[in-house]
Design a protein around this ligand. Structure first.
Ligand code: ADP
Length: 431
């Protein structure tokens, strides 16, 4: 039935009852009594209506606090319908709040920045990634013009030209960002930011590595080619010169081989397809072998000592051999004849540590932080003279990264250097 009828039928019914009652009074007690009965009946009806109207207006003031009365007659229906509408509203509101919370959560997890602006670029909302990328603070910057907050000439030009179908790469503070404006609705625009600082840095490192590696390989190749040219253009070279050329060529060939091997080792250490497979490493055996190799390399020019006091480790034997071996080889290469090299494996409270101490040429403080960079050398000439590839400490760094270990370098020019590799106690192997 039409709900309006539900209202009008009881209301009409009540009026009919009042009028019928008044007619009965009129008939029984005369006209005056009938009129009084009509007025009294209407008055009662009016008071009831006013009472419910008052309750309704009170409820409308604060629909959350009070409950609606049950009502009487048509009011029952009005109140119950209002109540149902309110419940529906509450449900919609709760759904909306839930959606909003979920949307905010998703937005705050997004690695890309999202800024919502109005048509004249005033900031309305942004997610935490956008705050980080663009140095914004939503509560502080809300309502400010985005061009006043992101002040780079490229971004200004982008806004002025309005070619939003293409993204734009900008350098902002110490970051490299790809930004794009996407107009939406009639009067809103979204600014999306994507941080490419790391990708760009890796790309640059890769380019530098290729350039450096090519340069490193070109030098020995040029020497070998030079001697080969001499050999073909001067077939009657005396045997002594020929021998010395062959010796130099073989040295350069060895240098190229060392370089390629170190590059392959580094690539392997960085590769995700080559995860560390920890095994029990017999440190005593490993370090005794390294010491023997050191003695052979030094050929009696240095005093070499080994002290073993720490426990065995869990790790990659070959990787640790390569890292420890590089540190010991460096100590020999950068310590003049007559120098002293102490190798020790110690047990400290924080965990075991490998220490190589020499009294060689030492390193000036400004170089220390950069030593583990690929191809970084303090003295290029000396490194080459001793068959260095410039990759030894980069390999050490990568091996240590895979073992959660840290490298500490202490050095004083002309006094010597100490390289300490600190392992965590977690890596100690059970005996
Ligand atoms: P390289 O093949 O040139 O030795 P590394 O990566 O092993 O390359 O070492 C980087 C640089 O660190 C070396 O060129 C050298 O200048 C310096 N260095 C490494 N170990 C020592 C040391 N024990 N004493 C002095 N300088 C060292």
């Amino acid at each position: 039935m039409n709900p309006r009828l539900l209202f009008w039928i009881p209301a009409g019914l009540r009026l009919s009852i009042v009028l019928a009652g008044a007619a009965v009074f009129w008939y029984l007690f005369g006209m005056f009594a009938g009129v009084v009965a009509v007025i009294a009946g209407l008055l009662i009806l009016l008071i009831v209506q006013l009472h419910y109207l008052f309750q309704l207006s009170q409820w409308l003031e604060d629909p959350n606090s009070a409950k609606l009365p049950d009502g009487w007659g048509a009011w029952t229906d009005i109140f119950s319908r209002l109540y149902r509408m309110r419940r529906g509203d509450e449900k919609n509101q709760a759904e909306l709040t839930e959606w909003l919370t979920r949307f905010r959560q998703a937005m705050s997890l997004l690695p890309d920045g999202v800024v919502i602006m109005d048509d004249v670029l005033f900031l309305e909302w942004c997610n935490p990634a956008a705050e980080k990328h663009l140095g914004l603070q939503l509560d502080r910057d809300k309502g400010m013009r985005v061009t006043n907050l992101v002040r780079t000439p490229e971004f200004m030009d982008y806004i002025i030209l309005g070619r939003y179908d293409e993204p734009l790469t900008i350098g902002f503070k110490d970051r490299k960002l790809v930004v794009q404006i996407i107009p939406f609705e009639n009067r809103r625009q979204i600014l999306v930011t994507h941080d490419i600082t790391d990708a760009e840095r890796i790309d640059m490192m890769r380019r530098d590595f290729i350039a450096n590696a090519s340069h490193e390989l070109r030098t020995p190749l040029t020497v070998i080619n030079g001697f080969l040219e001499i050999a073909t253009s001067q077939p009657n070279l005396d045997p002594q010169t020929r021998m010395s050329h062959l010796k130099l060529m073989s040295e350069q060939g060895q240098r190229m081989q060392n370089l390629v091997e170190d590059m392959l080792t580094l690539t392997r250490l960085e590769s995700v397809d080559y995860p560390l497979r920890p095994e029990k490493v017999n440190i005593r055996m490993l370090l005794e072998q390294i010491e023997q190799e050191a003695v052979a390399l030094s050929a009696g020019r240095h005093t070499i000592s080994l002290q073993l006091g720490g426990p065995d480790l869990k790790g990659g034997t070959e990787e640790l051999r390569s890292a420890f071996g590089n540190l010991v080889t460096n100590a020999i290469r950068y310590t003049p004849q007559g120098g002293k090299i102490d190798i020790s494996w110690e047990d400290k409270d924080s965990g075991p540590q490998f220490v190589v101490r020499d009294n060689g040429i030492g390193i000036r403080p400004e170089h220390i932080a950069r030593l583990t960079e690929r191809f970084y050398r303090v003295d290029k000439g000396r490194s080459r003279e001793t068959q260095g590839t410039g990759l030894g400490l980069a390999i050490v760094k990568h091996v240590l990264l895979r073992h959660d270990a840290t490298l500490v370098i202490e050095s004083e020019p002309e006094q010597g250097s100490t390289f300490i590799v600190k392992f965590s106690r977690k890596l100690v192997a059970e005996s």
